[in-house]
Design a protein around this ligand. Structure first.
Ligand code: ADP
Ligand code: MG
Length: 142
């Protein structure tokens, strides 16, 4: 199917804690994205570091690993037309002060770090991030 993509999304520890899992999933489903894999997990600091290895030189990397390992997260694979871009649009900008009104981060994020949700930033990132959590056999097309 041309244009059909998969992307990795995460409801981060603050999103789970705030009780906005349902709201996040509803926004994705209403946009026509299919939830084709889902699992709750609590990462170790080193597993969180592996996921965010692209940011290993950033000054916030240490804090980011601790934050991502601080509680359970809901990891998702979303599938649909332009799923990568669509998911990023529904999430809003990294910094909630810059996030467009009506986006998840504008509505729920408290800071540039504790911003509720993750979404792959490109198909190439998705191709690394999806198998970090899910073997192909656990991603269900329907
Ligand atoms: P995004 O999640 O929008 O793709 P990045 O990939 O740039 O953003 O950053 C990954 C995550 O690292 C962010 O979602 C956020 O949790 C954290 N982060 C990004 N920038 C900062 C920062 N300046 N200070 C603290 N944490 C940050
Ligand atoms: Mg990113």
């Amino acid at each position: 199917m041309p244009g059909i993509e998969r992307t990795l999304s995460i409801v981060k520890p603050d999103g789970v804690e705030k009780g906005v899992i349902g709201d996040v999933l509803t926004r994705f489903e209403r946009a026509g994205l299919k939830i084709v894999a889902a699992r709750m997990v609590q990462l170790s600091v080193s597993e969180a570091g592996g996921f965010y290895t692209v940011h290993r030189e950033r000054p916030f990397y240490g804090e980011l690993k601790e934050y991502m390992a601080s509680g359970p997260i809901l990891v998702l694979v979303l599938e649909g037309e332009n799923a990568v871009t669509m998911t990023r649009e529904i999430m809003g900008a990294t910094d909630p002060r810059e996030a467009a009104p009506g986006t998840i981060r504008a509505d729920h994020a408290e800071s540039i770090e504790r911003n509720v949700v993750h979404g792959s930033d490109s198909p190439e990132s998705a191709a690394f991030e999806i198998p970090y959590f899910f073997p192909e056999i656990e991603v269900y097309s329907y």
